[in-house]
Ligand binder design. Structure first.
Ligand SMILES: C[S@@+](CC[C@H](N)C(=O)[O-])C[C@H]1O[C@@H](n2cnc3c(N)ncnc32)[C@H](O)[C@@H]1O
Length: 203
């Protein structure tokens, strides 16, 4: 396997030196930043929001959101120790002040929380979950009634097309509905190298 393929294989659970490189690619790639800013705009956390991000990777979305959630709280969960370290470094001040909490572990083993979340974000992590509908049901239980979830996906496999993004949008919509979310909506963004899709649902 070539070096690029070995790094690409890390994106579902970055570990070791190659995982660290994958995290730095995620944090610096122009299309990733564009996708994150678009996704956060759709999610629309308010100044007092309680936000949960699943699969936060190097923590760039958390960094972007902490500016718009000055009085709220952001919690992230990711099963990669390398990503928890990179995200902690990137968000050190907010972590130390307690406004951001980063949990190491799989979404399937999420801890209980004292208060529910009104916003949940996932960017390019949902496709790796082993039992997505079961885990979405668990997430609903830690959300406020009327809270918003946004599942964002930009296909990254070699040769990915806008049709792949559209197919993911349909599949994610079906799973959100199966897990009990309502008012499911699909948003697209025309991007290079391929379009991104954001599927939203209300608890
Ligand atoms: C491709 S990266 C995306 C990172 C970030 N959301 C971004 O857009 O830059 C996928 C991330 O999801 C995490 N992940 C995948 N499946 C997970 C699961 N079941 N539970 C927790 N984290 C998961 C990986 O460890 C990785 O950090």
């Amino acid at each position: 396997m070539g070096i690029w393929n070995r790094i690409a294989a890390q994106f579902g659970r970055p570990e070791g030196i190659l995982g660290g490189i994958a995290g730095r690619i995620m944090a610096s790639r122009k299309s990733n930043i564009e996708r994150i800013d678009w996704a956060v705009g759709i999610l629309g956390p308010g100044p007092d929001s309680r936000v949960l991000e699943t699969g936060f990777g190097p923590g760039v979305a958390i960094e972007r959101m902490s500016g718009t959630v000055p009085r709220g709280f952001i919690c992230g969960i990711d099963h990669s120790g390398v990503m928890v370290r990179q995200a902690t470094k990137r968000n050190r001040t907010a972590v130390e002040s307690g406004r951001v909490r980063l949990v190491l572990g799989p979404v399937s083993d999420m801890p209980d929380f004292d208060e529910p979340f009104d916003r949940v974000l996932d960017i390019n992590s949902f496709q790796f979950w082993e039992d997505p509908v079961r885990d979405l049901c668990r997430i609903r239980r830690v959300m406020t009634k009327g809270g918003l979830i946004a599942l964002v996906h930009q296909p990254r496999k070699p040769g990915a097309t806008d049709e792949d993004a559209a197919a993911a949008g349909m599949e994610f919509s079906r799973m959100l509905e199966e897990a009990g979310f309502r008012d499911v909506g699909v948003h697209f963004r025309n991007m290079k190298p391929v379009s991104a899709v954001c599927v939203t649902g209300k608890n």
